[in-house]
Design a protein around this ligand. Sequence first.
Ligand SMILES: Cc1ncc(COP(=O)(O)O)c(C=O)c1O
Length: 446
Amino acid sequence: MAAHYQIEGSTSAAISASVESGIRSGALAPGDALPAVRALATGLAVSPATVARAYQELRQRGLVVTAGRHGTRVRPRPPVATRRAGLMPPPLPGTRNLSAGQPDRRLLPPLGPHLAALAAEIGAPTGYAAAAVLPELADAARDRLAADGVPAEEITVTGGALDGIERLLAAHLRPGDAVAVEDPGWANLLDLVAALGLRPIGVPVDDDGPTEPGVRAALAAGARALVVTSRAQNPTGAAVSADRAEALRALLAGRSDLLLIEDDHAAELARVPLHPLAGATPAWAFVRSVSKPYGPDLRLAIVAGDEATVSRVAGRARVGAGWVSTVLQRLVLALWRDPVTAELVHRAGESYERRRDGLLAALAARGVTAHGRTGINVWVPVPDETVVVTALRDAGWSVAPGALNRIAAGPGVRITVSALDKADLAPLAAAIARAVRPTAPFGFTA
Ligand SMILES: Cc1ncc(COP(=O)(O)O)c(C=O)c1O
């Protein structure tokens, strides 16, 4: 939709500030088209080069996207806080929300008892001098990663996986550089890449992870970094298999021009073994978040990597945010050490698996192809996202259209199994089958 907001300004800085202000106020909504460069230049009595510079600046900050004949539009989730929208659009009233991509809150370990125990033992307040990665946490992380085959001598801690990935990309790349990302992939990562002014190159994914020809093509196209989700790929549930890891390691071996980032966000929840790529390239990082098994609000991830890469991330943090609170670090350590929590996480993994496999089986029985080898999501390729999302909404289910996850991949919808119970699986699968193939005979009473 073309916007009616009046963009103002006589310099490129003023024009881009005016667009940003329109986005903040909500007058320019995601997807709204900005005027063509020449038309706006004429309207504002400035040169086309001035408007082009303003659009370029907005593009590099991830606020707008220019796509050939579609012109320049506001990005779906521009990185400015707007008065209208939160991070997640609210689910439609009266529908079951399967669109959130969140862990099941019923399955997250309770933090209260661990906070109470910490309160008893935490001692004197920590000042600036003592603040760093807690050696006990680093040791425990090293052991856990080593058990999964990740050589983790060097370790730092970040405020979650995406914070770690942002710091890694910012430390190695410059605006305009290309990053290879999975396609379909994690929407937040695509937003981050745009906000850093980086160029995404989509790498196709199958159930075994990013495809070897896809990574090869991305390297040939000049990718300076590659982000691979180890397990529970969002949205497809893919997990890097042993064979795929071997093929990718051979392809990447010795590539000193590439930063390799692995995102193992499912961590202890993943019920398939890890097949890491860590160490295949001289510059590498392995990021393990605690969000999915232990709770997103802990905002903590471990970043292991080669000495130079980890040192860049830790050193840059030191001159910025400083460190991740040792209170949080102690809490994560307590959760890791607690056998009851380990059992809860184990059971949560089983529960996601049951619900995912149950939905996949119910869909297969109705002839619908879907993916979800690991994690909390099921990805259903569909002919038309809007048709399927609307039909499912009318049947009482909110699911996420894949548009935010895709670059060139085909359409699909993402269904988060966190909110599903066993009794939901058959009616949901039937509704999906009807929505995907509205002309098929399912449910017809002629
Ligand atoms: C692929 C992927 N990585 C990481 C995360 C978690 O990131 P964080 O540690 O920033 O909460 C998610 C959450 O949905 C995800 O889908």
